[in-house]
Design a protein around this ligand. Structure first.
Ligand code: ATP
Length: 870
């Protein structure tokens, strides 16, 4: 049987679909059912049971299991049972958290999944790549990922990067001619393969294979599935946790030694040492980060920012420079043509006359040299181009009719480096090349000018007039495109060399108003210590006019053209960037240099991009941001964050979320560490003062594994506030565990420890009874930590403000915790299991009172700290 690359396009269509027309909707459904979804089957996902069992792999849990077995041998069956129950409940909690976090990450992945353009029932529509099926006709533009394997049907200068398959990083030129004989994959120039992407040109192809049947699917099992990388914060916390664990284990070892030396029961001493280790080691640190980040990303997705790399959330809080595109990000990308400049006169859009020769020629050129469509109000394509065809419709000229009358014979697609596009048509019997693009680029290529019916050589004076008009349009913030043409030879397939020696036709000026929210977002950036910078392919004067309106630029001198930085060395650029807020006419290479220069100056840089060539700059930036609506698939793949509304204000909102999430993680860590420290201090004091051990092992396990996790998670979900945007960006390499932070943890832990020991002493003195004393110490420690949750909500005093009740989860965790501990000490049936005795009402309220005392103490400390450091 012949291979598809040996057949013609038509033969391939016949072979696959039995017809050459595109598939109808019902045929598509049949094929989808027959061939399944266009997906690579990922490595097996873990089942919930596996996740549950993994909770037992934890080092501390293993120690606890050993402890349970030891106490079983020692005849303390109750302790064995309690430890096992507590471990199981902890594992259930861990499983629920892990599954939830995974679900939220998976749904994020779905949101930012790749898309493809297909021809269905005569219309081009955008669908998720997974829905592409065999026989579908897929349309490709520069920057698109190829969603499936297929045989090319049309190709306009198509170049494809197939490095993922062949290792060859140079773009491969594609054609549609059949190939004779057997050739290797890299030489099948009329085929395209899933996993590669379009670097230049346009094309359409018919899908021959999908999913695991594609070339990349066949090697998919060889590709390692990339596991989620740990974020810098998690790594930092893991390292801290490890060091702390060693310290605590040594401490517990010594305590165990002392007890044995004193002649205590070895089994009891061992159990206690283990329980203390479990209580003191903050094993939940890094999983709290995962949970908070994954819930945070859900919130961000709802606010139009999809996080593709979890690390980005942390980075967002540190962003100090936001480099943003202009068109569509700071502006609305809803372009409308405002003016024509033809026959040396300026014509407002509503005065354009289709009977006028020059007017209609410019209109025809702008419809023909144009890839966009607007079918029943559904616009597909670049808004610059849709503005041009919409003008035609407004003037009663149907773009489809024009395109049918003068079909496109050849083309040089637009690219943002060259800033030009040209197409070839037969007009008035002559093979004509129409060119449109940036005025400054066209100027140097013009040899003639057409005014009315007259064509004459273009003079310096003509050029000056055009340039002046271009400046005047640009100063009003209008985007200007120049149009020109050239009569070419009949057989000519256009190439880039043909775009010289042109005849000037006219200018088209269009308005793209700034987004309403841009101005406020820019102001917010500035108050948050973040510098907004505009980087655009547009004209300098247009860019500066828009930048001024939204507050990015104050002085004209803050705008420059990309070419100006070409002559600067990297060192010089570092000084230069400081004075520039608007870069115009930039190429993707300029973007990379600007990012690097700011990074070298110690900044965390966010950079937006949409084109295929922007991918390297997006990767270079700390937070690469792609446009969900107008961005190419390649740019989305390279980005850490995708904006589903293409809006600058969304980046600023994401920074705010990043800062809030970081603050919440810090609060949760503060809560865990200070509570654990309080417990250690209490034990240490009792040991030094030769008092009985204040807690039974089961107490410590109860607190650490049950009543502690929920408030910590709740703190991670603390409502976000605006005040984080009044602070300066946090240095990225700043550890969460600064001296100041640890000091705070130490002092708060001391407060918890002291109130716990006071309760212990009250109990001890009341009955000389170690059981009453330890019951009171246990209940106080547990309640004190629950109260302390409210202290950790903010660095500022919030407890006496309305904000105290704004976190429903924290209140829920508090109420549940208090209910649990109260039941344990008040329900006699639970006493022997939990090694407690019933408290009188006075004793119970003494416990509550002492625990609640941690609130005023810590609040006063906060006020003192605020007064000292202000
Ligand atoms: P930004 O970088 O802010 O998105 P931009 O859209 O102007 O701005 P590019 O798309 O790189 O950036 O366009 C660069 C220049 O090329 C434009 O200023 C315009 O002069 C010209 N241009 C843009 N789109 C087209 C097009 N479809 N055909 C021909 N020329 C175009």
């Amino acid at each position: 049987m012949k291979k598809y690359y040996q057949l013609s396009g038509e033969e391939t269509l016949q072979d696959i679909n039995g017809q050459t027309e595109p598939l109808s909707d019902s045929q598509v459904k049949e094929h989808q059912e027959k061939y399944g979804p266009n997906e690579l089957v990922e490595g097996k996902k873990k089942t919930t049971l596996q996740i549950f069992l993994e909770q037992y792999k934890d080092f501390l849990v293993i120690i606890l299991i050993i402890a349970a077995i030891v106490s079983g041998f020692l005849g303390d069956i109750e302790s064995t049972a309690v430890i096992l129950i507590v471990i199981t409940m902890n594992a259930v909690l861990g499983t629920v958290q892990t599954v939830k976090a995974e679900q939220s990450l998976a749904s994020l992945k779905k949101l930012s999944g790749p898309e493809a353009k297909v021809l269905r029932d005569g219309n081009v529509i955008q669908i998720p790549s997974a829905e592409v099926t065999v026989g579908d006709r897929v349309m490709l533009d520069a920057g698109d990922y190829i969603p499936a394997d297929g045989r090319l049907l049309e190709s306009a200068s198509l170049k494809v990067d197939e490095s993922a398959l062949t290792g060859e990083s140079l773009g491969v030129d594609k054609t549609i001619e059949p190939i004779q004989g057997e050739v290797p994959l890299g030489d099948r120039t009329n085929m395209v393969y899933s996993g590669s992407f379009v670097t230049y040109g346009r094309a359409s192809f018919v899908v021959t294979d999908i999913g695991m049947q594609t070339e990349v699917g066949k090697i998919a099992s060889l590709l390692k599935t990339t596991s989620e990388k740990r974020t810098p914060l998690q790594i930092n916390l893991d390292q801290f946790g490890q060091k702390l664990s060693i310290l605590i284990l040594v401490f517990c070892g010594i305590l165990f030694g002392i007890s044995v030396f004193r002649g205590d029961n070895i089994g009891d001493a061992f159990l206690f040492a283990v329980a203390l280790a479990v209580a003191a080691i903050p094993e939940a640190l890094s999983s709290i980060v995962t949970i908070v980040l994954s819930f945070g990303t859900q919130k961000m997705a709802k606010e139009h920012a999809i996080i593709r790399k979890l690390q980005a959330v942390e980075g967002l809080g540190s962003v100090s420079i936001i480099c943003s595109d202009k068109t569509g990000t700071l502006t609305q990308n809803k372009m409308t043509v405002e003016d024509y400049y033809v026959d040396e006169t300026c014509v407002a859009a509503d005065e354009i006359n289709t009977q006028n020769l020059s007017h209609s020629r410019l209109l025809l050129a702008s419809i023909l040299c144009n890839d966009s469509t607007n079918i029943d109000g559904v616009e597909i394509g670049d808004p610059t181009e849709t503005a041009l065809i919409n003008l035609g419709t407004r003037l009663g000229v149907c773009p489809e009719d024009v395109r049918e009358k003068y079909p496109r014979e050849s083309e040089n697609p637009f690219d943002s480096d060259r800033k030009l596009m040209s197409t070839k048509h037969t007009m008035e019997g002559k093979p004509t090349m129409l060119v449109k693009g940036a005025v400054d680029v066209l100027m140097g290529r013009m040899e003639q000018i057409q005014i009315g019916a007259e064509i004459r050589p273009i003079t310096e004076e003509d050029k000056k007039k055009i340039e002046e008009q271009n400046q005047a349009f640009s100063r009003s913030g209008l985007r200007v495109l120049g149009f020109a043409y050239k009569i070419v030879s009949d057989e000519l397939e256009l190439s880039l060399e043909d775009e010289y020696g042109l005849t000037f036709l006219g200018l088209v000026a269009m308005m793209d108003p700034p987004r309403e929210e841009s101005k406020a977002a820019v102001a917010e950036c500035k108050s948050a210590g973040i510098r907004p910078i505009m980087i655009t392919g547009d004209h300098k004067v247009t860019a500066a006019a828009i930048a001024k309106r939204i507050g990015i630029l104050e002085q004209e001198s803050e705008a420059c053209e990309g070419a100006e930085i070409d002559s600067l060395s990297d060192e010089e650029l570092k000084d230069f960037v400081e004075g520039i807020s608007v870069y115009a006419r930039v190429s993707p290479e300029h973007k990379i240099r600007i990012v690097r220069a700011w990074q070298d100056k110690g900044n965390i840089v966010s950079m937006t991009g949409d084109g295929v060539n922007d991918a390297p700059a997006l990767k270079q930036a700390d937070i690469g941001v792609a446009m969900g609506i107008t961005g190419s698939e390649v740019s989305k793949d390279a980005a850490a964050m995708v904006l589903t509304d293409d809006n600058f204000a969304t980046i600023v909102k994401a920074v705010e979320n990043g800062r809030n999430l970081y603050r919440n993680i810090k609060s949760a860590i503060q809560f865990l560490l200070s509570g654990n420290f309080g417990a250690i201090l209490a034990v240490l004091y009792a040991s030094i003062a030769a008092l009985p051990v204040p807690f039974a092992p089961v107490h410590l396990l109860f607190i650490n594994l049950l009543t502690d996790s929920l408030p910590a998670i709740a703190l991670g979900l603390e409502p976000h506030t605006k005040d984080v945007m009044k602070e300066k960006p946090r240095p990225l390499n700043e550890s969460i565990l600064t001296k100041e932070f640890l000091l705070k943890v130490g002092i708060e832990g001391l407060s918890i420890g002291v109130t716990t020991m006071i309760a212990f002493m009250i109990g001890y003195n009341q009955g000389g009874n170690a059981l009453l004393a330890s019951t009171m110490a246990f209940a106080t420690l547990c309640c004190a930590r629950l109260f302390h949750g409210f202290n950790c909500k903010s660095d500022k005093p919030v407890v006496f403000t309305k904000a105290v009740g704004n976190n429903i989860y924290l209140i829920g965790a508090f109420v549940l915790g208090i209910a649990l501990i109260t039941s344990v000490v008040m329900i006699p049936g639970l006493h022997s299991i939990f090694k407690v005795q019933t408290l009188t009402m006075t004793q119970l309220f003494t416990v509550y009172g002492l625990a609640a005392l941690n609130i005023p103490i810590v609040q006063i400390l906060k006020a003192v700290r605020a007064a000292l450091f202000k």
